[in-house]
Design a protein around this ligand. Structure first.
Ligand code: HEM
Length: 125
C-alpha cells in the first residue's frame, strides 16, 4: 500500500470515529446502544490500525526527537480517549468534565496524527 493510501485510510477511520461520536452525542442519554457499539468498534479499529501503521512506518528510519514526541503525544491522546470513553459509558465519573476531556483529546489525536504523518512524509523524501 502506498504512503498516501496509508495516510488516507487512517484519516478516513479517524473521521468515521469522530462522526459516529458526534452522532452518538446528538441522541443524548441514555446512549443509543447500536450507535454506541458502532462508535466503540470503529474507534478500536482506528487505534489498532494507526498503531500498527505508525510502528511499521517508523521501522528502519532515523527518527527525530520531534517525531518521537508526536508519536508519544498520539499514543497518550488515544489512551486518554479510550479511558474517558469507558468512563462516559460507565456513567460514574463527573459527566461534563469527562465529556470535555473526550472532546479535547479527540482533537489532540487528530492534530498528533496529522503532524506525525506529515513528519514521516518529509522524513521519507
Ligand atoms: C479514536 C477514538 C475515539 C474518538 C476519535 C472519539 C470521538 C468522539 C467524539 C468526537 C464524540 C462527541 C463528543 C461531543 O459531543 O462533544 C464522542 C462521544 C462519545 N464517545 Fe467517543 N471517541 C473515541 C473512542 C471512544 C471509546 C473507545 C468509547 C467507549 C469505550 C467512546 C465513548 C463515547 C461516548 C459514550 C460518547 C457520547 C458522549 C456524550 O454525548 O455524552 N469513545 N466520541
Amino acid at each position: 500500500m502506498s504512503f498516501v493510501a496509508k495516510m488516507s485510510s487512517t484519516g478516513l477511520l479517524l473521521v468515521l470515529s469522530i462522526g459516529t461520536g458526534f452522532w452518538l452525542s446528538s441522541y443524548g442519554k441514555p446512549f443509543n446502544s447500536a450507535l454506541f457499539n458502532i462508535h466503540k468498534l470503529i474507534a478500536l479499529a482506528t487505534a489498532i490500525y494507526t498503531a500498527i501503521l505508525v510502528r511499521n512506518l517508523l521501522k528502519g528510519i532515523d527518527t527525530s526527537a520531534l517525531i518521537q514526541i508526536m508519536v508519544i503525544a498520539l499514543g497518550l491522546s488515544l489512551i486518554i480517549l479510550f479511558g474517558s470513553g469507558i468512563l462516559l459509558s460507565l456513567g460514574k465519573a463527573p459527566y461534563n468534565l469527562i465529556k470535555t476531556v473526550h472532546t479535547i483529546t479527540t482533537f489532540s489525536t487528530l492534530l498528533a496524527t496529522v503532524i506525525t504523518f506529515y513528519l514521516l512524509l518529509i522524513n521519507r523524501s
